[in-house]
Ligand binder design. Structure first.
Ligand code: CTP
Ligand code: MG
Length: 255
């Protein structure tokens, strides 16, 4: 697809979460009774930290000019060391401080990205969960192309199960409707937009104190159409302990 030479591509990797669902029950915390467990994005899959898997995929995508990784303040040094250890410290990767909510982490990184790069309104900014280590360069490329064409785009996985709307009850849930499967996609990342649109969506959300769990929800409420490019089950978000084994399996199967 044609992309004007002047269009630059930037990436934000929110990696400032503490992985509460990952460390619940018999997660890695069980083997570390003292002190907080290692946040999941720093755990290894096939011997390589998840964050490094992500950085490699985005650097391999070629069109990416700079990557901003948002981490908790005490993790900044560890992450910088990791980036150096894996030979990724070529000046493209920047580590910034995240916040208490994913949206805050992305907002902090976006502010720093704009200050340091002078990101133009037409430039592309992609946001990708550091906890999705199996993202591939082809999907990244397709997302960049879709943002260039439509202004905003996310990776989405078509639903395979029949989807029910429910009402929560004390004992579980009661079905209130069946939602046609073709009307559903499960939002993955990357999610991105032209820099000007993303900045507007974040500014409007902040002004209204709206909290969303992804970028698309902020873009949608700003009235910005968001395109969907196909994702895959392999691009899972490591959320619970068993997910690490699943990711190892996908990685081995794709070799
Ligand atoms: N994230 C972040 N800053 C936060 C919270 C989350 O940068 N304050 C990042 C996570 O590090 C992760 C991504 O956003 O890469 C997706 O979040 P999620 O999977 O929910 O991770 P956690 O919030 O760490 O996990 P949990 O919700 O189970 O606590
Ligand atoms: Mg979370």
């Amino acid at each position: 697809m044609y992309t004007p030479d002047s269009m630059r591509v930037f990436v934000i990797l929110p990696a400032a979460g503490i992985g509460t669902r990952m460390s619940a029950g018999s997660g890695p915390s069980a083997s570390r009774p003292s002190g907080p467990p290692t946040p999941k994005q720093f755990l290894s899959i096939a011997g390589i930290p998840m964050l490094v898997h992500c950085l490699r995929a985005f650097l391999a995508a070629g069109r990416v000019e700079a990557i901003y990784v948002a981490v908790r303040q005490p993790e900044i040094e560890r992450v910088q060391a990791q980036i150096a250890e894996f030979g990724l410290a070529g000046g493209k990767v920047h580590v910034v401080e995240g916040g208490n909510l994913r949206q805050q982490s992305v907002a902090n990184a976006l502010a720093q990205l704009v200050t340091e790069t002078g990101c133009a309104d037409d430039d592309v900014v992609l946001v990708h969960d550091a906890a999705r280590p199996l993202i591939d360069s082809a999907t990244i490329d397709r997302t960049i192309d879709a943002v260039a064409e439509f202004g905003a785009a996310i990776v989405g996985l078509p639903a395979v199960d029949t989807i029910k709307q429910v009402e929560r009850t004390a004992h579980g849930a009661i079905i209130t409707a069946t939602i046609p499967r073709e009307m559903i996609v499960q939002a993955q990342t990357p999610q991105g937009a032209r820099c000007g649109l993303l900045r507007r969506a974040f500014a409007e959300a902040a002004a209204d104190e709206f909290e969303g769990t992804d970028e698309a929800s902020l873009l949608e409420r700003a009235g910005i159409p968001v395109a969907v490019v196909p994702g895959s089950a392999k691009n899972l978000k490591i959320t619970q302990p068993g997910d690490l084994e699943l990711a190892e399996f996908y990685l081995a199967a794709s070799k």
